[in-house]
Ligand binder design. Structure first.
Ligand code: PEP
Ligand code: MN
Length: 344
């Protein structure tokens, strides 16, 4: 990882550095940050001669070598000071709340518009809405391209940034062209490395963020962080980690709640952690306790399913969406708890 003395390399400097690492079979991936840029050496960066030649250049501050399987996401990485901004908020500064329907019903767009206005009023910072849905049952509603327009209209009406899951390159393209602010990678695709690479490539050079869910069966913490590294290695460091429960579940819950991994993630990576208690417990009545537990464990934010009229919802909404009134009450408590445990 190369740190320039200035904010970023000039084109001539980048050409010179690229030529040097190229001699050792490596390439340079610029990671353009708001405050400064860093340049990842992709390939085997242990060549002593290569490091010496780079450090000899007067426009280079230093070359860091982090022995980690996820050198960009590592808590010791120079990216650790990177801040993700969404809408008016900076992740890590206040509790960041994404809320909205599991699934947008293209036949009833008004439910989504009303949900959007209500989650904003309840204090959410971003709006979620499922356009395309990964359904266990192939005969269940799979989503609809038309819902993308409803999502973006709700964003315009509320001024909130929006989050939607994509499962393939076609959906990714549509979502980016429409201006979706946060691309969600769902639990089922969290280890789909070619999708992670496609997303990384597509969002490079844009402000777009990614909400990376934890896989249903994801084991070691390193596996989760490495999935994020796949995306960030293409140059956009805006990846948010989202534990959402794993399988198998205790009887009565949808998944095994895993908000307890927040401190483990924080020890190893700088990425903000936004916990999804809705898919974790899978029942609206259990969501507030799981959400508060996530805050107590140090989560930077919450991703919650909320519907203006859950019984009229589709997808997960009838079971696990909280009402806007419950959301508002929960967010008052969550923010108070955060002040108590983190002082801000
Ligand atoms: C969702 O967010 O509605 C969803 C399907 O999430 P997950 O991928 O965590 O199951
Ligand atoms: Mn859902």
């Amino acid at each position: 990882m190369i740190l320039p003395k200035g904010k970023e390399f000039t084109p001539a400097q980048l050409t010179e550095v690229t030529a040097i690492v190229g001699e050792f079979g490596c390439r340079i991936q610029p990671i353009i940050g708001a405050l400064r840029s860093i340049y990842a050496i992709v390939g085997d960066e242990r060549h002593e001669l290569m490091i010496n030649r780079l450090e000899g250049l007067d426009y280079i501050d230093r070359v860091d070598r982090i022995q980690s399987p996820f050198k960009l996401m590592d808590v010791r990485s120079d990216l650790a000071s990177h801040k993700i901004r969404l809408g008016g908020a900076t992740l890590g500064e206040q509790l960041f709340v994404i809320a909205g329907q599991c699934t947008i019903d293209p036949k009833n767009p008004n439910y989504f518009y009303e949900t959007a206005a209500a989650v904003k009023e309840a204090g959410a910072d971003a709006l979620r809405g499922g356009v395309w849905k990964p359904r266990t049952n192939p005969y269940s509603f799979q989503g609809d391209d038309k819902s993308l327009e409803i999502l973006m209209e709700a964003s315009r009406r509320t001024g909130l940034p929006v989050d939607a899951e994509v499962m393939d390159e076609h959906q990714l393209r549509l979502a980016l062209d429409a201006g979706v602010h946060t691309i969600q990678v769902g639990a089922r695709n969290a280890l789909n490395y070619s999708l992670l690479q496609q997303i990384g490539r597509a969002i490079a050079g844009r402000d777009t963020a990614v909400l990376l869910k934890r896989s249903l069966h994801m084991g070691p913490i390193a596996e989760f962080i490495s999935a994020a590294e796949y995306i960030v290695s293409f140059g956009n460091p805006n990846v948010i980690l989202c534990p959402r429960g794993t399988s198998p579940a205790p009887d009565g819950y949808r998944n095994h709640p895993d908000e307890c991994i927040v401190p483990l993630l924080k020890e190893r990576t700088w990425a903000p952690v936004v916990v999804d208690p809705s898919h974790s417990v899978g029942r609206a009545s259990y969501v507030p306790a799981a959400a508060l537990a996530a805050v107590a464990y140090g989560a930077d934010g919450l991703c919650l399913e909320c519907h203006i009229a859950p019984s009229h919802g589709i997808g997960d909404d009838p079971k696990q969406a909280v009402t806007p009134t419950a959301l508002k009450d929960l967010l008052v408590k969550a923010r108070a708890l955060r002040r108590l445990v983190r002082g801000g």
